[in-house]
Design a binder for this molecule. Structure first.
Ligand SMILES: Cc1ncc(COP(=O)(O)O)c(C=O)c1O
Length: 385
């Protein structure tokens, strides 16, 4: 199927960048497990010469990622952090970045380290546009957004922040890991660069780590492509194949994650041992209206607070049987974790608490199992609380 014939998400997920293989007509893109490619003759390389610079399996995934995010250029990386580190390298010493003050702990660690050594970083609540304006300096180059945020599920108004950035000639970078392109497409709202941990929903089977960047602008694409090659942060062919296979069912999985998570969130909201549920699909979420405006669904990950603090939260974690106590999210299986001592432990305690990551907070990644089994599991674990 040619690119022109396929326009809608579910079709793109299966076909974009993946015509039958030219050599033997293989319907599934082959894994080109090779580090290097023969030249046609002296001075005449073929379309690929060395797998760090480019590989046909990776190219197929990158084309597909670009199509799903409504972008023009996609890049696949060895991890989400490799993608983020590549982006961070785009900035020059002395540059300044305004970063959302509520984001994944590893991103915080990367940018905090960078701030100390190279690029100045200010952490600001990007929900407050006046605070963003106040933080801008002549050396500001970019705004770094995560929406929804991990794990507190706060949203940033992507169109409004992108508009503000454009007025000041700044780049916007948005981590779209939690929604996946199925539920939110930041480039369509004016954001310049989308970054993903494909480890999560995009691959969806908890068997690969990977990352992605998608852009529309050819100049940005050239810089990112240069850095991906220069830093060697690209994804290996076999992992690209697995991510591509995962993408084929992204739409179906996201619908099911979304349905199950919303049902569990509504159930938890009524539970007497739960003091608060952070889920943008609930009318009780302070940015529910924004969620309905910029997302077409809410994904499968959200957080909630257990009455009684850490001791009671640990009792819940220790008594689940279908949910697995583990970091990460976005796989077909349900996971549960304690951000304060697990995913966000690399954030200094005072900042962690100011982000709302306190010992009573639990994050769940709701899988695509039968939702009745998931609710029964939480119900019996909460009975021990
Ligand atoms: C929102 C978000 N961005 C980036 C990352 C980093 O991705 P990776 O673990 O694939 O390096 C994660 C990992 O949990 C994440 O949750």
């Amino acid at each position: 199927m040619s690119q022109n014939n396929c326009k809608r998400f579910k079709t793109l997920a299966i076909h974009a960048g993946q015509p039958p293989d030219a050599a033997y007509g293989a319907v599934m893109t082959p894994i080109y497990q090779t580090s290097t490619f023969a030249f046609r003759s002296v001075g005449q390389p073929g379309p690929f010469d060395y797998s760090r610079s480019g590989n046909p399996t990776r190219k197929a995934l990158e084309t597909c990622l670009a199509a799903l995010e409504s972008g023009a250029f996609g890049f696949a990386f060895g991890t989400g952090m490799a993608a983020e580190a590549t982006l961070a390298t785009m900035f020059e010493p002395g540059d300044h970045m305004v970063v959302h003050n509520d984001l994944y702990g590893g991103t915080y660690r990367l940018l905090a380290t960078l701030g100390e050594r190279r690029v100045a970083v200010d952490y600001v609540d990007l929900r407050d546009l006046d605070a963003v304006r106040a933080a801008l300096r002549p050396s500001t180059r970019a705004l770094w957004i995560e929406s929804p945020t991990n794990p507190c599920m706060n949203l940033v108004d992507l169109a409004a922040v992108a508009q503000l950035a454009r007025e000041h000639g700044l780049l916007t970078i948005c981590d779209n890991t939690f929604s996946s392109p199925y539920f939110q497409r930041p480039l369509e709202l004016g954001v310049d660069i989308v970054v993903h941990s494909t480890t999560k929903y995009i691959n969806g089977h908890s068997d690969v780590v990977g990352g992605a960047i998608v852009v529309r602008d050819a100049g940005l694409a050239e810089r990112i492509g240069f850095l991906q090659n220069a830093l060697g942060t690209c994804q290996a062919p076999f992992d690209c194949f697995l991510v591509m296979r995962g993408i084929k069912t992204l739409a179906l999985r996201m619908e099911e994650h979304n349905r199950n998570a919303l049902e569990i969130a509504r159930w938890l909201e009524r539970h007497p041992k739960i003091s608060r549920v952070h889920h943008p699909g609930l009318p009780s979420h302070p940015q529910h209206a924004l969620a309905l405006r910029q997302m077409t669904g809410f994904g499968g990950t959200f957080s909630f607070r257990v009455r009684g603090g850490q001791e009671e939260a640990f009792r819940l974690l220790g008594n689940v049987k279908v949910f697995t106590l583990a970091e990460s999210l976005g796989g077909v299986e349900s996971l549960i974790e304690h951000p304060y001592t697990m995913t966000h432990v690399s954030v200094p305690p005072d900042i962690r608490e100011s982000m709302g990551i306190t010992p009573d907070l639990i994050r769940i990644s709701v899988g695509i199992e039968d939702v009745a089994d998931l609710i029964e599991d939480l119900e019996s674990a909460l009975a021990a609380v």
